[in-house]
Design a protein around this ligand. Sequence first.
Ligand SMILES: Cc1ncc(C[n+]2csc(CCOP(=O)(O)OP(=O)(O)O)c2C)c(N)n1
Ligand SMILES: [Mg+2]
Length: 277
Amino acid sequence: MSDLKKTATQIRRDILRMVHGANSGHPGGSLGCTDFFTALYFKIMKHNPAFNMDAKAEDVFIHSNGHISPVFYSTLARSGYFDLKELASFRKLNSRLQGHPATHEHLPGVRIASGSLGQGMSVAIGAALTKRLNGEKTIVYSLHGDGELDEGQVWEAIMFAAHHKVDNLISTVDWNGQQIDGPTDKVMRLGNIREKFEAFGWTTLEMNGNIIEEVVATLEKAKTLVGQGKPIAIMMHTIMSKGVDFMENDHNWHGVAPNDEQLAKALEQLPETLGDY
Ligand SMILES: Cc1ncc(C[n+]2csc(CCOP(=O)(O)OP(=O)(O)O)c2C)c(N)n1
Ligand SMILES: [Mg+2]
């Protein structure tokens, strides 16, 4: 197993154990986006775990679909932003690892409060424009849910980014076809979101977000498109709850914790590769 795959497997274990430990949280999108977070933090991004909010001379990740905080927190801890043991405090009273990330908690690695969906694209654009003003060559990455695209603010931001040629931004959409209340096609049909981004003036790419080699290759390709006058969007096909067979592709796992028996069954499918927290 490659190092990246080992890391992703361990992060998936962390997610399940954190959500089970709190008896609340969002495993579905977290497990689906694990390969993306692993590729981004362990291969693609230029970042410094000795966290500095200014992010001068480093890439920035803006996590917009904040409900999938378990994968974010595990990735940050496994990257060295804070002690692994702190993952056990997820969603506990007075923890820095709140259900939805908040800068108020001063957890290293968290750059915006998110979870109120729809805002991250605007923040990412602001960060990208700042980097441009500062003459920096670094990149801003962002992640959004497909259900999150129901928020009108996202489309204003998408239009703004193209108009202002924000070409140091790589935004990824977790196109899992699921959201809190059911399949996105039933809740609010999104149509072909790749064509929509294109129509709004973005350069687009598409990938299978659960094949880590493909995630790395597509993000590398996206980097080569930076600086060409257009913002870049990646349509990332994922399977909600990827990695645990009885949870996969089912919106009912959007925000529900596994019970003891389900946790045991799930962990059997994900060997402990780097040591549990
Ligand atoms: C502004 C706002 N409206 C509604 C919600 C409630 N909500 C939480 S998650 C979610 C669904 C999001 O769907 P998606 O982004 O596809 O996430 P996934 O289920 O795939 O993880 C909604 C509507 C919210 N968090 N913020
Ligand atoms: Mg979704």
